[in-house]
Design a protein around this ligand. Structure first.
Ligand SMILES: [Zn+2]
Length: 282
């Protein structure tokens, strides 16, 4: 009973925080079954890691220093046990990470203030990989989102929207993934990768109610963006973004359950995040 009550309490906390953030609701039964499928990985469910590893090759914005692992001691101690401990250093924004709304809008959620309900839930995958293969500057627009809705006979409400540009397959190759392998301030103008069109960001905040959005490129705005209007539009409404998401080609167009837990940096504008998806398989 105690554990049931504490579980119920944490569920209510999630529900309440969502209500405070916007007009979204969580289905109690669905929430419980999702927790069950995550904790007992059975033959009927599969877990997919949507996270790139953090190492020397992890891709960061051209103006950022990359991820650094500072090796500490590793080996057998005088007392006979093995011990290893390192340090790391990293920008908030690089590798698979979350942009907290305050990243582009003053007064909105910092990473520790993001309601958990925006980090968990059903993911839908908008596949624009064909268009992006033909045009690295492609911007996903309202038509792409509406095409998904028409195909699946559903509205983009209470879901985590994942934009699959196909650029995830270029991970590790800075030139292809970013459009340039140069670094420093001058390299920013040479960035070429797809993103969400500001018109689509506006449509999502004005006509739909999504939990959050993710993309398999370094930024929710396309590489050639100068004013980052999709960031501004989404973040004004406290809709956060996941960037450099991995393995989106392994997800179905709907029905996967995503859990994305960023490092809880108090006051942070973003953070590295571990994102996983659970898929039910027959
Ligand atoms: Zn970011």
């Amino acid at each position: 009973m105690q554990s049931y009550l504490s579980g119920l309490a944490s569920f209510l906390a999630v529900t309440l925080s969502v209500s405070a953030a916007g007009a979204q609701t969580v289905d109690v039964a669905a929430g419980q079954s999702r927790v069950h499928s995550l904790t007992s990985v059975s033959s009927t469910s599969r877990v997919i890691d949507l996270t790139h590893p953090f190492d020397q090759r992890t891709i960061y914005w051209p103006t950022e220093t990359g991820f650094q692992l500072i090796r500490g001691k590793a080996g057998i101690t005088e007392k006979g046990y093995y011990y290893a401990a390192n340090r790391f250093s990293a920008a908030e924004h690089g590798g698979t990470h979350v942009d907290a709304p305050i990243h582009f809008f003053e007064g909105r959620h910092t990473v520790d203030q993001i309601p958990l309900a925006r980090l968990m839930g059903e993911a839908v995958v908008i596949d624009v990989s064909q268009a992006c293969a033909e045009d690295p500057d492609y911007q996903i627009d309202v038509g792409d989102l509406r095409d998904w809705e028409t195909t699946h006979q559903r509205q983009l409400v209470d879901v985590i929207v994942m934009l699959r540009t196909g650029f995830g397959r270029h991970w590790g190759d800075r030139k292809r993934y970013l459009g340039t392998d140069q670094t420093g301030p001058d390299a920013v103008a040479q960035l070429h990768f797809p993103g969400l069109a500001p018109t689509a960001a506006r449509w999502l905040v004005e006509h739909r109610a999504i939990k959050s959005i993710g993309i398999d490129t370094p930024s929710i705005d396309y590489g050639q963006s100068k004013r980052f209007q999709s960031h501004v539009m989404l973040f004004e409404h406290n809709i956060l973004a996941f960037e450099n998401v991995a393995n989106l080609e392994k997800l179905p167009a709907k029905g996967a359950t995503v859990t994305a837990l960023p490092m809880k940096i108090a006051g942070g504008s973003g953070a590295p995040v571990r994102i996983i998806a659970t898929i039910e398989v027959d």
